[in-house]
Design a protein around this ligand. Structure first.
Ligand code: C5P
Length: 421
Protein backbone atom coordinates (compact mmCIF):
# COMPACT_ATOMS: atom_id res chain seq x y z
CA UNK A 1 0.00 0.00 0.00
CA UNK A 2 1.36 3.43 -0.84
CA UNK A 3 0.23 6.93 -0.03
CA UNK A 4 0.74 9.24 -2.99
CA UNK A 5 1.06 12.90 -2.44
CA UNK A 6 0.81 15.74 -4.92
CA UNK A 7 -1.86 17.79 -6.62
CA UNK A 8 -3.95 14.71 -7.28
CA UNK A 9 -2.72 12.53 -4.47
CA UNK A 10 -4.61 9.37 -3.76
CA UNK A 11 -4.22 6.15 -1.88
CA UNK A 12 -3.50 3.37 -4.31
CA UNK A 13 -2.34 -0.18 -4.20
CA UNK A 14 1.10 -0.63 -5.73
CA UNK A 15 1.84 -2.50 -8.93
CA UNK A 16 -0.97 -0.98 -10.94
CA UNK A 17 1.00 -1.64 -14.14
CA UNK A 18 2.54 -5.02 -13.44
CA UNK A 19 3.02 -6.95 -16.67
CA UNK A 20 2.80 -3.87 -18.87
CA UNK A 21 5.64 -2.93 -21.16
CA UNK A 22 5.65 0.75 -21.99
CA UNK A 23 7.76 2.40 -24.65
CA UNK A 24 8.25 5.91 -23.29
CA UNK A 25 9.11 8.36 -26.05
CA UNK A 26 10.53 11.81 -25.35
CA UNK A 27 10.38 14.54 -27.98
CA UNK A 28 12.01 17.93 -27.48
CA UNK A 29 10.68 20.25 -24.80
CA UNK A 30 11.41 21.53 -21.33
CA UNK A 31 8.76 19.12 -20.01
CA UNK A 32 11.35 16.33 -20.49
CA UNK A 33 12.22 16.84 -16.84
CA UNK A 34 8.77 15.52 -15.94
CA UNK A 35 9.35 12.45 -18.13
CA UNK A 36 12.12 11.40 -15.74
CA UNK A 37 9.68 11.39 -12.82
CA UNK A 38 7.06 9.64 -14.95
CA UNK A 39 9.54 6.93 -15.90
CA UNK A 40 10.31 6.34 -12.24
CA UNK A 41 6.62 6.18 -11.36
CA UNK A 42 5.89 3.68 -14.14
CA UNK A 43 8.70 1.42 -12.96
CA UNK A 44 7.50 1.74 -9.36
CA UNK A 45 4.06 0.57 -10.47
CA UNK A 46 5.57 -2.58 -11.92
CA UNK A 47 5.83 -1.64 -15.62
CA UNK A 48 8.92 -2.29 -17.70
CA UNK A 49 9.91 0.86 -19.55
CA UNK A 50 11.92 1.23 -22.73
CA UNK A 51 12.89 4.84 -23.37
CA UNK A 52 13.26 6.24 -26.88
CA UNK A 53 14.44 9.84 -27.29
CA UNK A 54 14.60 12.21 -30.23
CA UNK A 55 17.69 14.31 -30.84
CA UNK A 56 15.76 17.37 -29.62
CA UNK A 57 14.82 15.57 -26.38
CA UNK A 58 18.52 14.94 -25.73
CA UNK A 59 19.00 18.72 -25.56
CA UNK A 60 16.81 18.75 -22.46
CA UNK A 61 17.50 15.43 -20.75
CA UNK A 62 20.37 12.97 -20.94
CA UNK A 63 19.95 9.38 -22.02
CA UNK A 64 22.08 8.49 -18.99
CA UNK A 65 19.38 9.76 -16.63
CA UNK A 66 16.63 7.92 -18.46
CA UNK A 67 18.68 4.71 -18.57
CA UNK A 68 19.32 4.92 -14.84
CA UNK A 69 15.62 5.40 -14.12
CA UNK A 70 14.30 2.78 -16.54
CA UNK A 71 17.08 0.26 -16.00
CA UNK A 72 17.43 -0.21 -19.77
CA UNK A 73 19.69 1.34 -22.40
CA UNK A 74 17.95 4.20 -24.19
CA UNK A 75 17.44 4.15 -27.98
CA UNK A 76 17.92 7.39 -29.89
CA UNK A 77 18.61 6.37 -33.47
CA UNK A 78 16.97 4.24 -36.13
CA UNK A 79 20.49 3.12 -37.10
CA UNK A 80 21.19 1.71 -33.63
CA UNK A 81 22.45 -1.85 -34.29
CA UNK A 82 22.12 -3.09 -30.70
CA UNK A 83 19.81 -6.00 -30.08
CA UNK A 84 16.30 -4.63 -29.60
CA UNK A 85 13.17 -6.52 -28.58
CA UNK A 86 15.32 -9.66 -28.52
CA UNK A 87 16.18 -9.36 -32.23
CA UNK A 88 19.47 -8.65 -34.01
CA UNK A 89 18.02 -7.44 -37.30
CA UNK A 90 18.99 -3.77 -36.79
CA UNK A 91 15.34 -2.71 -36.91
CA UNK A 92 14.68 -1.04 -33.55
CA UNK A 93 11.59 0.71 -34.96
CA UNK A 94 9.98 -2.71 -35.56
CA UNK A 95 11.35 -4.61 -32.59
CA UNK A 96 10.69 -2.00 -29.90
CA UNK A 97 7.13 -1.33 -31.02
CA UNK A 98 6.15 -5.00 -31.33
CA UNK A 99 6.76 -5.78 -27.66
CA UNK A 100 4.99 -2.68 -26.27
CA UNK A 101 1.59 -2.66 -24.58
CA UNK A 102 1.54 1.06 -25.34
CA UNK A 103 3.77 3.77 -26.75
CA UNK A 104 3.56 6.88 -24.57
CA UNK A 105 5.11 10.05 -25.94
CA UNK A 106 5.66 12.48 -23.07
CA UNK A 107 6.38 15.21 -23.87
CA UNK A 108 4.82 15.28 -27.31
CA UNK A 109 5.96 18.58 -28.84
CA UNK A 110 3.92 20.53 -31.41
CA UNK A 111 6.51 19.67 -34.04
CA UNK A 112 6.50 15.99 -33.19
CA UNK A 113 2.71 15.78 -33.41
CA UNK A 114 2.76 17.64 -36.76
CA UNK A 115 5.19 15.00 -38.00
CA UNK A 116 2.93 12.16 -36.90
CA UNK A 117 -0.03 13.73 -38.70
CA UNK A 118 1.88 13.48 -41.95
CA UNK A 119 3.23 10.01 -41.29
CA UNK A 120 6.78 11.29 -41.48
CA UNK A 121 9.40 8.92 -40.12
CA UNK A 122 12.87 10.43 -40.36
CA UNK A 123 14.05 9.47 -36.86
CA UNK A 124 13.47 6.51 -34.55
CA UNK A 125 10.54 7.76 -32.43
CA UNK A 126 8.29 8.89 -35.30
CA UNK A 127 9.38 5.89 -37.35
CA UNK A 128 8.36 3.61 -34.50
CA UNK A 129 4.98 5.36 -34.07
CA UNK A 130 4.28 4.86 -37.78
CA UNK A 131 5.49 1.26 -37.77
CA UNK A 132 3.52 0.19 -34.70
CA UNK A 133 0.72 -2.36 -35.18
CA UNK A 134 -2.12 0.16 -34.97
CA UNK A 135 -4.74 -2.29 -33.63
CA UNK A 136 -2.71 -3.77 -30.81
CA UNK A 137 -0.25 -1.07 -29.73
CA UNK A 138 -2.01 2.10 -28.60
CA UNK A 139 -0.27 5.45 -29.03
CA UNK A 140 -0.75 7.89 -26.15
CA UNK A 141 0.46 11.47 -26.51
CA UNK A 142 1.02 13.93 -23.67
CA UNK A 143 1.31 17.33 -25.38
CA UNK A 144 3.60 20.03 -23.98
CA UNK A 145 4.13 23.48 -25.45
CA UNK A 146 3.75 27.21 -25.13
CA UNK A 147 0.15 28.45 -24.84
CA UNK A 148 0.18 30.20 -28.22
CA UNK A 149 1.52 27.08 -29.89
CA UNK A 150 -1.17 25.04 -28.15
CA UNK A 151 -4.00 27.39 -29.15
CA UNK A 152 -2.80 27.71 -32.76
CA UNK A 153 -5.34 26.32 -35.24
CA UNK A 154 -2.59 24.19 -36.80
CA UNK A 155 -1.93 22.40 -33.50
CA UNK A 156 -5.62 21.94 -32.74
CA UNK A 157 -6.19 20.64 -36.26
CA UNK A 158 -3.30 18.21 -35.86
CA UNK A 159 -4.66 16.92 -32.56
CA UNK A 160 -8.04 16.29 -34.12
CA UNK A 161 -6.37 14.39 -36.96
CA UNK A 162 -4.25 12.35 -34.56
CA UNK A 163 -7.38 11.33 -32.66
CA UNK A 164 -9.07 10.38 -35.93
CA UNK A 165 -6.01 8.29 -36.74
CA UNK A 166 -6.43 6.38 -33.49
CA UNK A 167 -4.04 8.12 -31.08
CA UNK A 168 -5.09 9.04 -27.55
CA UNK A 169 -4.18 12.67 -26.94
CA UNK A 170 -4.20 13.52 -23.24
CA UNK A 171 -5.20 16.86 -21.76
CA UNK A 172 -2.75 19.61 -21.03
CA UNK A 173 -2.42 21.53 -17.79
CA UNK A 174 -2.82 25.27 -17.33
CA UNK A 175 -0.58 27.63 -15.41
CA UNK A 176 2.86 29.22 -15.45
CA UNK A 177 4.99 28.16 -18.37
CA UNK A 178 8.77 27.90 -18.62
CA UNK A 179 8.74 30.78 -21.15
CA UNK A 180 7.25 33.10 -18.52
CA UNK A 181 3.77 33.14 -20.01
CA UNK A 182 0.66 31.72 -18.36
CA UNK A 183 -1.99 29.56 -19.98
CA UNK A 184 -2.82 26.15 -21.41
CA UNK A 185 -0.18 23.84 -22.81
CA UNK A 186 1.86 22.57 -19.85
CA UNK A 187 2.40 18.85 -19.84
CA UNK A 188 0.36 17.09 -17.15
CA UNK A 189 2.22 16.35 -13.93
CA UNK A 190 3.76 12.88 -13.59
CA UNK A 191 1.13 11.70 -11.08
CA UNK A 192 -1.64 12.88 -13.40
CA UNK A 193 -0.04 11.07 -16.34
CA UNK A 194 0.32 7.96 -14.22
CA UNK A 195 -3.36 8.11 -13.28
CA UNK A 196 -4.36 8.53 -16.93
CA UNK A 197 -2.20 5.58 -17.97
CA UNK A 198 -3.56 3.31 -15.24
CA UNK A 199 -7.07 4.37 -16.30
CA UNK A 200 -6.25 3.76 -19.95
CA UNK A 201 -5.70 0.05 -19.35
CA UNK A 202 -8.95 -0.44 -17.40
CA UNK A 203 -11.89 -1.87 -19.30
CA UNK A 204 -14.60 0.73 -19.84
CA UNK A 205 -17.51 -1.23 -18.40
CA UNK A 206 -19.38 1.95 -17.43
CA UNK A 207 -18.83 3.89 -20.65
CA UNK A 208 -21.73 6.24 -21.30
CA UNK A 209 -23.03 6.06 -17.72
CA UNK A 210 -23.63 9.11 -15.53
CA UNK A 211 -22.58 7.94 -12.08
CA UNK A 212 -23.53 9.82 -8.93
CA UNK A 213 -21.72 8.89 -5.70
CA UNK A 214 -22.31 10.19 -2.19
CA UNK A 215 -19.50 9.86 0.32
CA UNK A 216 -18.38 10.79 3.80
CA UNK A 217 -20.29 11.81 6.91
CA UNK A 218 -22.75 14.66 7.28
CA UNK A 219 -22.41 17.41 9.86
CA UNK A 220 -25.52 18.49 11.71
CA UNK A 221 -24.99 21.86 13.34
CA UNK A 222 -26.02 22.49 16.94
CA UNK A 223 -24.78 26.06 16.98
CA UNK A 224 -22.19 27.99 14.91
CA UNK A 225 -19.27 26.11 16.50
CA UNK A 226 -20.66 22.69 17.39
CA UNK A 227 -22.32 19.83 15.60
CA UNK A 228 -22.94 16.11 15.32
CA UNK A 229 -21.09 13.94 12.88
CA UNK A 230 -19.77 10.37 12.59
CA UNK A 231 -16.56 8.48 11.89
CA UNK A 232 -17.05 7.90 8.17
CA UNK A 233 -13.81 8.83 6.36
CA UNK A 234 -15.32 8.97 2.87
CA UNK A 235 -12.54 6.72 1.52
CA UNK A 236 -14.87 4.01 0.19
CA UNK A 237 -17.08 6.50 -1.66
CA UNK A 238 -14.07 8.35 -3.09
CA UNK A 239 -12.59 5.03 -4.25
CA UNK A 240 -15.90 4.16 -5.95
CA UNK A 241 -15.92 7.54 -7.71
CA UNK A 242 -12.40 6.91 -8.95
CA UNK A 243 -13.16 3.34 -10.06
CA UNK A 244 -16.29 4.48 -11.92
CA UNK A 245 -14.25 7.14 -13.71
CA UNK A 246 -11.58 4.60 -14.60
CA UNK A 247 -14.38 2.45 -16.01
CA UNK A 248 -15.35 5.23 -18.42
CA UNK A 249 -18.27 6.86 -16.58
CA UNK A 250 -18.94 10.55 -16.13
CA UNK A 251 -18.81 10.84 -12.35
CA UNK A 252 -20.08 13.37 -9.83
CA UNK A 253 -19.21 13.00 -6.18
CA UNK A 254 -21.31 14.63 -3.47
CA UNK A 255 -19.06 14.70 -0.43
CA UNK A 256 -19.71 15.46 3.20
CA UNK A 257 -16.99 17.23 5.20
CA UNK A 258 -13.82 15.21 4.53
CA UNK A 259 -10.33 16.37 3.59
CA UNK A 260 -9.75 13.80 0.85
CA UNK A 261 -8.44 14.95 -2.52
CA UNK A 262 -10.90 14.71 -5.41
CA UNK A 263 -10.14 11.79 -7.72
CA UNK A 264 -8.84 13.01 -11.06
CA UNK A 265 -11.55 13.58 -13.66
CA UNK A 266 -14.38 13.47 -11.10
CA UNK A 267 -16.72 16.41 -10.45
CA UNK A 268 -17.20 17.19 -6.76
CA UNK A 269 -19.83 19.03 -4.77
CA UNK A 270 -19.11 19.62 -1.10
CA UNK A 271 -21.99 19.59 1.34
CA UNK A 272 -22.34 19.66 5.11
CA UNK A 273 -25.69 18.59 6.46
CA UNK A 274 -28.02 15.77 5.42
CA UNK A 275 -30.46 18.34 4.07
CA UNK A 276 -27.71 19.95 1.92
CA UNK A 277 -26.75 16.50 0.70
CA UNK A 278 -30.34 15.64 -0.14
CA UNK A 279 -30.79 18.84 -2.13
CA UNK A 280 -27.64 18.16 -4.22
CA UNK A 281 -28.39 14.47 -4.75
CA UNK A 282 -32.09 14.94 -5.59
CA UNK A 283 -31.07 17.42 -8.27
CA UNK A 284 -28.28 15.28 -9.76
CA UNK A 285 -30.36 12.10 -9.60
CA UNK A 286 -32.61 13.61 -12.28
CA UNK A 287 -29.91 12.96 -14.88
CA UNK A 288 -27.76 10.20 -13.35
CA UNK A 289 -28.02 6.60 -14.56
CA UNK A 290 -26.34 5.06 -11.49
CA UNK A 291 -26.49 6.30 -7.90
CA UNK A 292 -24.14 4.78 -5.30
CA UNK A 293 -25.12 6.01 -1.87
CA UNK A 294 -21.98 5.45 0.19
CA UNK A 295 -22.41 8.46 2.49
CA UNK A 296 -23.00 7.91 6.19
CA UNK A 297 -25.94 10.28 6.46
CA UNK A 298 -26.88 11.31 9.99
CA UNK A 299 -30.18 9.73 10.96
CA UNK A 300 -31.15 12.68 13.13
CA UNK A 301 -30.36 16.37 13.36
CA UNK A 302 -30.90 18.81 16.21
CA UNK A 303 -34.48 20.07 16.11
CA UNK A 304 -33.10 23.59 16.34
CA UNK A 305 -29.80 25.09 15.25
CA UNK A 306 -28.89 28.05 17.44
CA UNK A 307 -27.75 31.21 15.64
CA UNK A 308 -25.32 31.98 18.44
CA UNK A 309 -22.95 29.79 20.40
CA UNK A 310 -24.61 28.15 23.40
CA UNK A 311 -22.68 29.57 26.37
CA UNK A 312 -21.65 27.73 29.50
CA UNK A 313 -22.79 30.21 32.16
CA UNK A 314 -21.23 28.57 35.22
CA UNK A 315 -24.58 27.58 36.73
CA UNK A 316 -23.94 23.88 36.06
CA UNK A 317 -27.03 23.73 33.87
CA UNK A 318 -26.60 21.59 30.73
CA UNK A 319 -28.46 22.22 27.51
CA UNK A 320 -31.04 19.70 26.39
CA UNK A 321 -30.97 18.71 22.77
CA UNK A 322 -33.96 17.35 20.96
CA UNK A 323 -33.76 15.76 17.53
CA UNK A 324 -35.79 15.34 14.39
CA UNK A 325 -35.31 12.58 11.87
CA UNK A 326 -33.49 13.34 8.64
CA UNK A 327 -35.16 12.32 5.41
CA UNK A 328 -33.90 9.06 3.93
CA UNK A 329 -32.19 10.37 0.79
CA UNK A 330 -31.57 6.99 -0.81
CA UNK A 331 -35.07 5.66 -0.18
CA UNK A 332 -36.50 8.85 -1.69
CA UNK A 333 -34.39 8.62 -4.83
CA UNK A 334 -34.99 4.87 -5.17
CA UNK A 335 -38.76 5.56 -5.10
CA UNK A 336 -38.52 8.22 -7.83
CA UNK A 337 -40.13 7.51 -11.22
CA UNK A 338 -36.71 7.35 -12.96
CA UNK A 339 -35.41 4.71 -10.54
CA UNK A 340 -38.68 2.78 -10.61
CA UNK A 341 -38.74 2.93 -14.41
CA UNK A 342 -35.22 1.51 -14.69
CA UNK A 343 -33.47 4.71 -15.87
CA UNK A 344 -31.56 5.05 -12.59
CA UNK A 345 -29.86 2.10 -10.86
CA UNK A 346 -29.55 2.65 -7.11
CA UNK A 347 -26.96 1.05 -4.85
CA UNK A 348 -27.18 1.42 -1.07
CA UNK A 349 -24.61 0.80 1.64
CA UNK A 350 -25.14 -0.63 5.08
CA UNK A 351 -22.56 -0.23 7.82
CA UNK A 352 -23.45 -2.75 10.51
CA UNK A 353 -21.80 -3.97 13.68
CA UNK A 354 -23.20 -7.54 13.57
CA UNK A 355 -25.56 -9.89 11.64
CA UNK A 356 -24.44 -8.32 8.38
CA UNK A 357 -26.43 -10.54 6.03
CA UNK A 358 -29.76 -10.24 7.83
CA UNK A 359 -29.42 -6.48 8.25
CA UNK A 360 -28.28 -5.99 4.65
CA UNK A 361 -31.22 -8.00 3.31
CA UNK A 362 -33.68 -6.09 5.47
CA UNK A 363 -32.13 -2.76 4.50
CA UNK A 364 -32.27 -3.61 0.81
CA UNK A 365 -36.01 -4.21 1.09
CA UNK A 366 -36.59 -1.14 3.24
CA UNK A 367 -34.69 1.20 0.94
CA UNK A 368 -36.21 -0.31 -2.20
CA UNK A 369 -32.84 -0.65 -3.99
CA UNK A 370 -31.81 -3.46 -6.35
CA UNK A 371 -28.33 -3.75 -4.80
CA UNK A 372 -27.24 -3.27 -1.20
CA UNK A 373 -23.58 -3.39 -0.16
CA UNK A 374 -23.01 -4.44 3.44
CA UNK A 375 -19.85 -3.88 5.47
CA UNK A 376 -18.90 -3.99 9.11
CA UNK A 377 -18.74 -0.33 10.09
CA UNK A 378 -16.35 -0.33 13.08
CA UNK A 379 -13.89 -2.54 11.12
CA UNK A 380 -13.75 -0.20 8.13
CA UNK A 381 -14.31 3.40 9.23
CA UNK A 382 -11.10 5.30 8.54
CA UNK A 383 -9.25 2.20 7.27
CA UNK A 384 -7.73 1.76 3.82
CA UNK A 385 -9.20 -1.72 3.44
CA UNK A 386 -12.60 -3.29 3.81
CA UNK A 387 -14.64 -6.40 2.99
CA UNK A 388 -18.02 -6.22 1.25
CA UNK A 389 -21.14 -8.35 1.06
CA UNK A 390 -23.33 -7.65 -1.97
CA UNK A 391 -27.00 -8.47 -1.65
CA UNK A 392 -29.42 -8.39 -4.57
CA UNK A 393 -32.59 -10.19 -5.67
CA UNK A 394 -30.60 -13.24 -6.72
CA UNK A 395 -28.55 -13.77 -3.58
CA UNK A 396 -25.24 -12.65 -2.15
CA UNK A 397 -21.70 -12.07 -3.42
CA UNK A 398 -18.75 -11.72 -1.06
CA UNK A 399 -15.86 -9.44 -1.91
CA UNK A 400 -13.10 -10.49 0.50
CA UNK A 401 -10.92 -8.04 2.40
CA UNK A 402 -8.81 -5.87 0.14
CA UNK A 403 -7.91 -2.22 -0.30
CA UNK A 404 -10.91 0.05 -0.81
CA UNK A 405 -9.76 0.87 -4.34
CA UNK A 406 -9.54 -2.81 -5.30
CA UNK A 407 -13.01 -3.40 -3.81
CA UNK A 408 -14.39 -0.31 -5.54
CA UNK A 409 -13.16 -1.63 -8.89
CA UNK A 410 -14.78 -5.01 -8.20
CA UNK A 411 -18.01 -3.30 -7.17
CA UNK A 412 -18.01 -1.29 -10.40
CA UNK A 413 -17.73 -4.50 -12.41
CA UNK A 414 -20.59 -6.01 -10.39
CA UNK A 415 -22.75 -2.94 -11.03
CA UNK A 416 -21.92 -2.98 -14.75
CA UNK A 417 -22.87 -6.66 -14.96
CA UNK A 418 -26.25 -5.94 -13.36
CA UNK A 419 -26.86 -2.97 -15.69
CA UNK A 420 -26.33 -5.22 -18.69
CA UNK A 421 -28.55 -8.00 -17.36
O1 C5P B 1 -30.50 3.36 7.27
P1 C5P B 1 -29.02 3.36 7.11
O2 C5P B 1 -28.38 4.65 7.47
O3 C5P B 1 -28.31 2.23 7.73
O4 C5P B 1 -28.85 3.13 5.53
C1 C5P B 1 -27.63 3.26 4.88
C2 C5P B 1 -27.87 3.63 3.45
O5 C5P B 1 -28.87 4.63 3.30
C3 C5P B 1 -26.63 4.24 2.84
O6 C5P B 1 -26.62 3.93 1.47
C4 C5P B 1 -26.84 5.73 3.10
O7 C5P B 1 -26.09 6.51 2.19
C5 C5P B 1 -28.33 5.89 2.94
N1 C5P B 1 -28.99 6.89 3.78
C6 C5P B 1 -29.63 7.97 3.20
N2 C5P B 1 -30.28 8.89 3.96
C7 C5P B 1 -30.34 8.75 5.31
C8 C5P B 1 -29.71 7.65 5.91
C9 C5P B 1 -29.03 6.75 5.12
O8 C5P B 1 -29.56 8.12 1.97
N3 C5P B 1 -30.98 9.66 6.02
Amino acid sequence: MAVWTGPNCYIAPMNELTGKHIVLGLSGGIACYKAAELCRALVKEGATVQVVMTEAAEQFMTAVTMQALSGRPVFTSQWDARTSGGADNNMPHINLSREANAIVVAPASADFMAKLVHGRADELLSLMCLARPIESVPLILAPAMNREMWAHPATQRNIEQLRTDGATVLDVGAGDQACGETGDGRMLEPDELLYDLVRFFKSKVLAGQQVLVSAGPTFEAIDPVRGLTNLSSGKMGFAIARAAHEAGAHVTLVAGPVGLPTPRGVGRINVKSALDMKEALDHLAQTATVFVSAAAVADWRPAQTMDQKIKKDGSGEVPTLSFVENPDILAGIAASPRAQGGALYCVGFAAESHDLLAHAQAKRARKGVPLLVGNIGPATFGQDDNALLLVDAHGTTELPRASKLVLARQLVVEIARRLQA
